[in-house]
Design a protein around this ligand. Structure first.
Ligand code: ADP
Ligand code: MG
Length: 350
């Protein structure tokens, strides 16, 4: 869509021009999307299903740093983090609306790039962009996305449904997005000081985990195929420890996680070591992995065990046992919900 050498001021196009231009890139693909961009509001046919609605706001300087995040990646990620929340309800996302606050620092070409990323994610996950709002901003870029999904009532999975002794299962691997961010931050600091080009080689996997995360649509499909309905579920945006505690608290239970069972990719492990960080701490508290964390009944153990996309990392306990981390020697520690922000803060202070 965009030619990087040209710069078209937003004012040359105007808000209506911009919206018309966006609309021209979009064809609706879901039968539930009745009316998209172009009227006062979008129209959705729930088709007898329950609708699932979630919204996320991304603020420049708070949630992203445009000095190392390309706009196309930002658009992709902004959509994916919303879809991840819909999958975490065991629902299928179908529509999106996008609110944008833009300063005149962004030319039309930049908006094109942002939408290219958003529309790529829409295509990847079968979602329609059906509307939004555009306004001006005196400082940075703000992106607010609302995703709308659908599910049969009996398929919905809440955080609150876990029972004592249910197994705690996580998809994929953990800590990668956090280590990718460490690499990007380090290279940005080196560039500021010396002007040296970023040294990103050998870190492709973790940088992709940070810049281009995916929502685990495939895990929702896998569970359906295996005929396993999670008893509770959440997506990992803030870090495993904090999300596990959310499941436990919402279900009125405790939780125990086994350190030795945490899935950590070798590149994540090595990079953590290189940064003098404990890989286990990164897996527990590094955020933005967008994996799914869920509980299943003990009776489903045979179905989930040995699946390369799933790791059984612990189980739910009585509320009285609290939130625990079992180490490799069998010692029990309190599982601390540092979460993503606190973790970053502590790292900066260290
Ligand atoms: P109103 O003034 O009634 O809010 P707008 O001019 O803002 O109407 O919006 C007109 C149409 O364009 C609507 O369908 C709206 O959803 C869509 N739209 C506006 N901004 C965006 C955007 N940033 N991305 C996608 N669609 C948008
Ligand atoms: Mg509007």
């Amino acid at each position: 869509m965009s030619d990087e050498t040209s710069r078209t001021e937003l004012s040359a196009l105007g808000e209506f021009g911009l919206i018309e231009r966006l609309a021209s890139f979009i064809t609706l693909q879901n039968p539930s999307s009745i009316k998209g961009i172009g009227d006062d509001a979008a129209v959705i046919d729930p088709q007898g299903l329950h609708q699932v609605i979630t919204t996320d706001m991304l603020v420049e300087g708070v949630h992203f740093d445009l000095s190392y995040v390309p706009l196309k990646h930002l658009g992709y990620k902004a959509v994916v983090v919303n879809l991840s929340d819909v999958y975490a309800m065991n629902a299928q996302p179908q529509q999106l609306v996008v609110g944008l606050a833009l300063s005149n620092r962004f030319p039309v070409e930049a908006i094109d790039e942002l939408y290219e990323g958003m529309l790529l994610a829409c295509k990847q996950y079968g979602v329609d962009l059906v509307g939004g709002d555009t306004c001006s901003s005196t400082s940075g870029l703000v992106i607010s996305i609302t995703a709308i999904g659908a599910a049969k009532m009996e398929d919905l999975v809440y955080r609150s449904g876990a029972s004592d002794n249910d197994l705690l299962v996580v998809s994929g691997d953990l800590g990668g997005a956090y280590m990718g961010l460490q690499i990007l931050e380090r290279e940005k600091a080196v560039f500021k000081e010396t002007g040296a080009q970023p040294e990103l080689e050998g870190h492709d996997y973790i940088i992709e985990r940070q810049l281009k995360p995916e929502a685990r649509q495939d895990i929702i499909a896998l569970l359906k195929k295996m005929e396993v309905k999670p008893t509770s579920m959440i997506d990992i945006s803030d870090g495993l420890a904090s999300e596990a505690i959310h499941l436990a608290r919402a279900s009125g239970l405790g939780v125990r996680i086994y350190d030795a069972k945490l899935p950590i990719d070798p590149t994540t492990y090595q990079t953590a070591r290189d940064f003098n960080l404990d890989p286990t701490t990164c897996a527990l508290n590094g955020g933005e992995d967008y994996e799914l964390l869920f509980t299943v009944a003990q009776a489903d153990f045979e179905k989930v065990k040995g699946n390369p996309s799933l790791s059984v990392i612990g189980h739910m306990t009585s509320a009285a046992s609290g939130y625990q981390l079992a180490d490799k020697q069998g010692g029990l520690h309190e599982l601390a919900a540092q979460g993503w922000d606190a973790f970053l803060q502590r790292d900066r202070e260290a």
